[in-house]
Design a protein. Structure first.
Length: 675
C-alpha cells in the first residue's frame, strides 16, 4: 500500500420522522475539507503574548490600591477585638479565620497592576510567617504604611534610592532598641501569657501550650490536630507511634482492650511484601531460640506467610504479630529507616544493602522494650538503638526541615522528628463544627509559633508598645542627606500604626491612644480587651521579640523596594470573545447538530467522550455529502459521532467548528459543551 492513514471514522445519523440513515466518513476525507480553512486560522491558534508598561506615579498609584485592599482585609483581624474574615473555598465550607497570612494568601485581584502591589505585600506576610511563625498582620500594616509614605514623598520629588537607605538605617536602629528592651522568658506563666496574646486573648489556648512545653521541654515536638470532642485536649505520646495496627485480629493476646502486647521483643523490618513461608522461617527460628516475641513490620504480609503466622499463633501459641509499615513510597522507606535507627535493627529489602530475609541473623533484629498494638496503631517503647545514632538521624531530619519549602514535607518531617525524640505533645483542638475547629487551629498554630519565638529571643511589651518606645531613639540617628532623613521619618510614623490599628479595631481613636502611651511610663500601654491603660508586662500583654523584629524588617525591605519602582510591566490578557447565544427552545426552524468528539483539554484538544452542541437554522442546511437532503421537516436532528481516534488523528475545537461551517451556509453557533 502507499501512504497509510490512521483512520478516524465519523458516523452520520440522520433522524427524520420517517427515515434514519447512517453514513461513515474517514478522517482524511474530513480533514481535506478542513485543511484550507485551518491554514487561514493558524495564526490565531498560537497565543501572541503582549506586554503593557506603566511608569511613575500612574504605576505606583495602581499598585498602592492593591496594597490598600489587601492590608485593609488583613488589618481587621488585628488585636484582641479584631474581626474574623470569611474566605470562599473551591471545595467545602467557607473558611473563617483571624490569621493574617491566611487572609493575605487568599487575595488575588483581577487588575494586573493592583495584583502586583497586593502580591508584594503578601510576600511580606509569607516571609514573616516562615521565619517567626506569627506577626503577619503587624508586618502587613507596617508594609502598607511604609509604602504609602514612600509613594507620597517620591511624588513630591524625593530620591527613592536615598529614601530606601534612610528607611533601612532607621529599621536597623529600631531593631537594636528592641533587643535592649527584650527580656528572656523564664517561667511557664510567661509562656502562657505569650501564647494567650498570640491566640487573640484565649486563655485556654495559652494554658494548654504552656502545659505542653512543660511536658516535652521548650525544644520538644508539639503538633496540632483535630480533636473528637467539644474541648481542647493535650496528649503526651512517648516512644515511636504510627497509625497502622495488626493485620489480623488473631494476633490479639490480651483479654481486654483488643490489643497485642509484648515485652522485650524482636523487631523485623522489611520494605517489601512478605508472601513466602520460606522467607520468614529463619526469623521465626531465631526468635524462638532466643525466646523473644517477634514483631514484623513490612509493606504487607499475606498469602502463605500470613496463614502460617496465624496458625502458629493459634495452635502453638507463637508470640508473633504482623503490622503493615506506615506511609507510602519514600515516606515509608524513611519511617522504616527511623525505626531501624531507634531500635538498632536492619531494614530488609533495602536495595543499597542487598540483604535477603532468608539470611537474617540475630543482630539484624531491632530490640524493643515494650510493644502495644491495636487495630489502628502501633506503639514501640524503649528502643534499643544507639543514642548517638538516634541524635545523628534527628539532626539529618532537622537539616532537611531547614531546606524544604513544602508544607506537606515539613509536616511529615516534623512527625518523623517527633517519633525519634523523647516524646511528642499532641494538641487536639475541639469544637462544635469543622469551621470552628479550623479557625481555632489557626490561632493555636500562631500561638505555638509565637511561644517558640519568645523562648528563642525573649519578649517585649505587646500591643504595639515596643515599637512606640523605639520612636524617641530615632531623634539621635544621623543621616547623610535630607532624603535619608525623610526615610527615617517614614519609619517614625509607621511605628505608630500597629498600636493605632489595635485601638481602632477596639472602637477607640487610635491617634489619641498612641499619644497617651508615648507620654506615659516605659511599660505603659493600652489593654484593648479591657479598654484601659496598664503596665503591659505585669498584665501579661507581651510579644515575642523575634516576631516584632521580623515583621518590621520584612515590611521595610519589601515596601521600600516597592517605593523605588519607576516602571511596571504586566502581560496583556488574551481577550476571549464571548460566543453568541444559541437558539431558544421552542423556536421553529431550528435544528441541533451534536458533535460527539472529545473531552476538550485546556489547549482545546478533543479527546473521546465529550459532546459539543451547535445550533443552526434548518433552512441554512445544504447538502452534507447528499445525506442532509432528507432533513426537511421541523425538529429534525443531525448527529455526527467520532467513533475512533488516536494521538495522530485529533481534532481541535477550531477544526471541528470549521468542519461544520463547511457544511452550512453560515457559521454554526456553539451553545453548550457536555462532559
Amino acid at each position: 500500500m502507499g501512504k497509510q492513514f490512521r483512520t478516524c471514522f465519523f458516523q452520520i445519523d440522520l433522524v427524520t420522522h420517517d427515515l434514519r440513515r447512517t453514513q461513515m466518513f474517514r478522517l482524511p476525507t474530513v480533514m481535506k475539507q478542513v485543511r484550507p480553512v485551518c491554514r487561514a486560522l493558524a495564526p490565531h491558534l498560537t497565543r501572541a503574548y503582549a506586554k503593557d508598561v506603566k511608569f511613575g506615579a500612574d504605576a505606583r498609584a495602581l499598585m498602592l490600591q492593591g496594597v490598600d485592599l489587601l492590608a485593609d482585609a488583613v488589618a481587621v483581624t488585628m488585636g484582641p477585638k479584631g474581626r474574623t474574615v470569611i474566605i470562599e473555598q473551591t471545595w467545602g465550607s467557607p473558611k473563617v479565620t483571624k490569621d493574617g497570612v491566611t487572609v493575605a494568601k487568599s487575595i488575588d485581584l483581577k487588575d494586573k497592576y493592583k495584583n502586583i502591589g497586593a502580591k508584594l505585600v503578601q510576600d511580606v506576610a509569607n516571609n514573616t510567617n516562615e521565619e517567626a511563625g506569627d506577626g503577619t498582620t503587624t508586618a502587613t500594616v507596617l508594609a502598607r504604611a511604609i509604602a504609602k509614605e514612600g509613594f507620597d514623598t517620591i511624588s513630591k520629588g524625593a530620591n527613592p534610592v536615598e529614601i530606601r537607605r534612610g528607611v533601612m538605617m532607621a529599621v536597623e536602629h529600631v531593631i537594636n532598641e528592641l533587643k535592649n528592651l527584650s527580656k528572656p522568658v523564664t517561667t511557664p506563666e510567661e509562656i502562657a501569657q505569650v501564647a494567650t496574646i498570640s491566640a487573640n486573648g484565649d486563655v485556654e489556648i495559652g494554658n494548654i501550650i504552656s502545659n505542653a512545653m512543660k511536658k516535652v521541654g521548650r525544644k520538644g515536638v508539639i503538633t496540632v490536630k483535630d480533636g473528637k470532642t467539644l474541648h481542647d485536649e493535650l496528649e503526651i505520646i512517648e516512644g515511636m507511634k504510627f497509625d497502622r495496627g495488626y493485620i489480623s485480629p488473631y494476633f490479639i493476646n490480651t483479654a481486654k482492650g483488643q490489643k497485642c502486647e509484648f515485652q522485650d521483643a524482636y523487631l523485623l523490618l522489611s520494605e517489601k511484601k512478605i508472601s513466602s513461608v520460606q522467607s520468614i522461617v529463619p526469623a521465626l527460628e531465631i526468635a524462638n531460640q532466643h525466646r523473644k516475641p517477634l514483631v514484623i513490620v513490612a509493606e504487607d504480609v499475606d498469602g502463605e506467610a500470613l496463614s502460617t503466622l496465624v496458625l502458629n499463633r493459634l495452635k502453638v501459641g507463637l508470640q508473633v504479630v504482623a503490622v503493615k509499615a506506615p506511609g507510602f513510597g519514600d515516606n515509608r522507606k524513611n519511617q522504616l529507616k527511623d525505626m531501624s535507627v531507634a531500635t538498632g535493627g536492619t531494614v530488609f529489602g533495602d536495595e543499597s544493602l542487598g540483604l535477603a530475609l532468608e539470611d537474617i541473623q540475630a543482630h539484624d533484629f531491632g530490640k524493643v522494650g515494650e510493644v502495644q498494638i491495636t487495630k489502628d496503631d502501633t506503639l514501640l517503647l524503649k528502643g534499643g538503638g544507639s543514642p548517638a545514632e538516634v541524635e545523628k538521624r534527628a539532626a539529618e531530619i532537622v537539616e532537611q526541615l531547614e531546606h524544604t519549602t513544602s508544607d506537606y514535607e515539613k509536616e511529615k518531617l516534623n512527625e518523623r522528628l517527633a517519633k525519634l525524640s523523647d516524646g511528642v505533645a499532641v494538641l487536639k483542638i475541639g469544637g462544635t463544627s469543622d469551621v470552628e475547629v479550623n479557625e481555632k487551629k489557626d490561632r493555636v498554630t500562631d500561638a505555638l509559633n509565637a511561644t517558640r519565638a519568645a523562648v528563642e529571643e525573649g519578649i517585649v511589651p505587646g500591643g504595639g508598645c515596643a515599637l512606640l518606645r523605639c520612636i524617641p531613639s530615632l531623634d539621635t540617628l544621623k543621616t547623610a542627606n535630607a532624603d535619608q532623613k525623610i526615610g527615617v521619618d517614614i519609619i517614625r510614623r509607621a511605628l505608630r500604626i500597629p498600636a493605632m490599628t489595635i485601638a481602632k479595631n477596639a472602637g477607640v481613636e487610635g491617634s489619641l491612644v498612641v499619644e497617651k502611651i508615648l507620654q506615659g511610663a516605659a511599660e505603659l500601654g493600652y489593654d484593648a480587651m479591657q479598654g484601659e491603660y496598664v503596665n503591659m508586662v505585669e498584665k501579661g500583654i507581651i510579644d515575642p521579640t523575634k516576631v516584632v523584629r521580623t515583621a518590621l524588617l520584612d515590611a521595610a525591605g519589601v515596601a521600600s523596594l516597592l517605593s523605588t519602582a519607576e516602571a511596571v510591566v504586566t502581560e496583556i490578557p488574551k481577550e476571549e470573545k464571548e460566543m453568541p447565544g444559541g437558539g431558544m427552545g421552542g423556536m421553529g426552524g431550528m435544528g441541533v447538530v451534536s458533535v460527539y468528539a472529545c473531552s476538550p483539554s485546556p489547549a482545546g484538544i478533543f479527546h473521546h467522550g465529550t459532546s459539543v452542541q451547535v445550533s443552526v437554522h434548518r433552512e441554512q442546511c445544504r447538502a452534507f455529502n447528499d445525506a442532509s437532503s432528507d432533513i426537511s421537516k421541523p425538529h429534525d436532528t443531525f448527529k455526527c459521532s467520532l467513533l475512533h481516534t488516536d494521538s495522530r488523528s485529533i481534532l481541535t475545537t477550531h477544526m471541528m467548528t470549521l468542519f461544520l461551517s463547511a457544511q452550512f451556509k453560515s457559521r454554526p453557533v456553539c451553545t453548550n459543551v457536555e462532559k
